[in-house]
Write a protein that binds this ligand. Structure first.
Ligand SMILES: O=P(O)(O)OC[C@H]1O[C@](O)(CO)[C@@H](O)[C@@H]1O
Length: 434
């Protein structure tokens, strides 16, 4: 499995004089060779940082996750996945791949990643807690929003089920060390999966953090890792600096940023990848946005955002680098019956399939962006399944850490977000308790 990213729409051959030359991108990508070799050595050694690179080759950690998924599947019609940022977005993206509704064999998953009491209480009111499971995910075990959700739900579950049955419905994924969430799990002897110590939240999608929700939805967890492994093999091997590689994607983003392209739009034409854009947004933003560096990730969805954002993309500031992802859908989906649209003005639609329209829209937008001089990278997928999605995750994680390498920033920390967290606690401290 390989992902054929096409960068030609970002280069002078298509965009004209003044645009980036292919050779510039390739030279920059080549400068990442030592970094790629380091990552390759790490993978061969089977240990070291960044540990997320080792996940595609692991299987043993999936066994306890399968057991937990099986137990929750047996007991629950609904499972709430509590957590935020990297503890939620990967799972949400994987879940979007599952066919919904999933049928009696699998529970409905609800990803609660916010603390707006309105939506929270509305969902809780609708659930039958007797048949509801909860998985709280937090790498640090100390995130206020997740702990607040957890405390509220545990109390409701104790009331509905009795404390003695809590461990049959509530589980936790957190690092194997002391934390407020770990202590609560210990207090009620809740089942617990380890969040790998060396895997950052936004790099955790291929760990049990993303794969437990996938297993709950009946997806093939190992296949995600196989797809990621295939991308990794190629990215770290002799083809690692060719134009379609993550190294070239990183080089392109950094070179484009130097020319004022300070925003990066990811626009899939696939509903099932709508959440992928949210996952990518955190990955790119938190990993690169430091010391005045980084570019702003923008999540779009085609064709719907053609009718909302495209005007700006075409005639607004020339500051955006585009990545369009399309799935081959020509000839697929429901057909527009010619007898219903027997109006000459609709002749272009008569007898066409919905997938024809989607495909035509995606191709037309890519071409229009390029004709208007907007650097546009495209990826055409022949299919979308666990293997391909696993490969996409790995491609973008590699692209991100390689861009960090070029920018000279640490891809794995997010020091600036702490300030607001501390201030929020100060505000809470002076609020009245009832
Ligand atoms: O998994 P945790 O520790 O609850 O953190 C959730 C998210 O919060 C952040 O630390 C940012 O506040 C993200 O990096 C992380 O994905």
């Amino acid at each position: 499995m390989s992902l054929a990213f096409d960068l030609s729409g970002c280069l002078s051959a298509r965009l004209g004089d003044g645009a980036l030359e292919e050779s510039q991108v390739l030279v920059k990508a080549q400068s990442l060779r030592p970094a790629l070799d380091r990552l390759s050595d790490l993978r061969s050694a089977g240990e070291g940082d960044p540990e997320f690179l080792l996940l595609p080759d692991r299987r043993a950690d999936l066994e306890p996750a399968r057991d937990l998924a099986f137990a929750l599947n047996e007991a629950c019609d609904d499972v709430l996945i509590l957590g935020t940022g990297g503890s939620s977005l990967g799972g949400q993206t994987l879940y979007a791949l599952a066919d919904a509704p999933l049928g009696p064999a699998h529970p409905r998953l609800h990803f609660l990643d916010n603390v707006d009491p309105f939506g929270f209480e509305r969902l809780l009111d609708r659930l039958d807690l007797e048949h509801t499971g909860v998985v709280a995910v937090s790498k640090s075990g100390g995130t206020a929003e997740t702990l607040c959700q957890f405390a509220v739900i545990v109390e409701a579950m104790i009331e509905a089920l009795d404390e003695s049955r809590l461990a049959s419905r509530v589980a936790v994924i957190t690092e194997p060390k002391d934390s407020p969430l770990a202590a609560l799990a210990e207090r009620w002897r809740l089942p617990r999966l380890d969040h790998d110590l060396g895997v950052g939240g936004r790099f955790s999608v291929l760990s049990v953090v993303g794969l437990l929700p996938a297993l709950l939805a009946g997806l093939d967890a190992a296949a995600f890792r196989e797809g990621a492994a295939a991308v990794l093999d190629r990215a770290l091997g002799p083809e690692g600096c060719e134009l379609a590689s993550p190294a070239a994607g990183a080089a392109l983003a950094v070179l484009a940023a130097e020319r004022g392209y300070s925003q990066s739009v990811l626009m899939p034409y696939v509903d099932r990848l709508a959440d992928f854009g949210l996952w990518y947004r955190q990955l790119w933003a938190e990993s690169l946005g430091k010391h005045g560096k980084g570019t702003t990730p923008i999540r779009a969805l085609g064709p719907v955002d053609q009718h909302s954002q495209l005007q700006l993309y075409l005639q607004g500031p020339a500051d955006k680098l585009f990545t369009l992802i399309r799935l081959e859908t020509e000839g697929e989906g429901p057909r527009v019956a010619p007898q219903i649209v027997d109006d000459p003005r609709l002749e272009y639609l008569a007898g066409r399939r919905m997938g024809d329209l989607l495909d035509a829209m995606a191709r037309a937008t890519a071409e229009t962006l390029i004709r208007n001089g907007k650097p546009t990278r495209t990826l055409v997928l022949e299919r979308l399944d666990e293997e391909v999605l696993g490969g996409l995750f790995m491609h973008f994680m590699l692209e991100t850490i390689l861009a960090a390498e070029l920018l000279g920033v640490d891809a794995y920390d997010q020091p600036a977000v702490e300030e607001g967290k501390v201030l929020a606690r100060d505000y809470l401290a002076v609020m009245q308790r009832d």
